[in-house]
Design a binder for this molecule. Sequence first.
Ligand code: NAI
Ligand code: MG
Length: 337
Amino acid sequence: MIKIARIDGDGIGKEVTEAGVAVLESLDLNIDFIEAEAGRECFDKNGTTIPEETIKIAKNTKATLFGAITSTPGQKSPIITLRQELDTYANLRPIKSFKGVKCLFDDLDFLIVRENTEGLYSGNETMENPEKDNAKAIAERVISRKASERISRLAFKQAIKLEKESVTCVHKANVLKKTDGIFKDSFYKVSEEFPKIKTNDYYVDATAMYLLTKPQEFDVIVTSNLFGDILSDASAGLVGGLGLAPSGNIGDKHGIFEPVHGSAPDIAGRNISNPIAMILSVSMMLEYLDEDYLANKVKIACENVLEKGKTLTPDLGGSSKTIDVANEVIKEINNLN
Ligand code: NAI
Ligand code: MG
């Protein structure tokens, strides 16, 4: 029995999680889903965006499947809290072009590895003279050698696993001399442990341009929290949008798997959200659970559904419902047997 925490969240988070769970349940796995609350609806009900009970459940399971939440103004983000509580220090965001999907580049296949626990997302902000003309807000950007080395090491290990040639470190060490100085130095220090992998480093602004001019060059990108967040959304835009972008938050003891997108209030409740980002996140979760064979099957099934192009949600030009796409993926999985 594999215990999995299931956090649907808000808006389309519920629809896509249902779809992801349907795919998981179609596989020959003995999974016990434990439901837990987080997000805006949870806040309205319980006065907290993430109850202690949710964190406890996530800590006591092998992995967490997370839909998406709607932010609550003035409250800490539940997904950031969860990533910190479970010390899932790496956010893996694969960027891949799919056959049959119209996109800016049809030949991309790289991985963004984003540091998940510090940087500008440390959540330490202070405010001086809030109501006055001289109001000043300060955000702390924490970069430690320990976190920088472990994220770099994980990026190199991913490069080996994915049979990639190079890892590129993205930073802004010319301006953020101390914080990104540590990040870049740690990257090159750790690179000595992986002599077969080529290394390279770019400033984040240049990287933004290269993602548009020569994205094929990238194999694995390793970067800090905020840069990784921005570059991965931009990269998702290169290959068909948020409806196709999965992610995994990995630590030494836990994994949280979630689509990159949010709760999409503009389309929520109509069952037209694209579940592929979630189903690909399910595939990443299966890999994390050492079910590589099933992980690969789920991924190939998604690719086949996209390539056939018959059962697609409106964001990809189709008119199918969320659950229809999930059922089509399940059919493809069964065809692969
Ligand atoms: P969003 O990702 O929810 O939506 C951006 C755009 O992409 C919208 O037009 C939406 O319709 C579309 N989209 C997103 N996912 C889609 C899917 N699966 N299928 C089809 N279309 C899809 O980002 P937005 O609108 O900036 O934020 C909405 C709420 O979600 C906010 O409260 C935000 O704070 C929260 N959010 C939560 C995240 C999480 O739970 N991890 C991540 C990002 C945002
Ligand atoms: Mg984001």
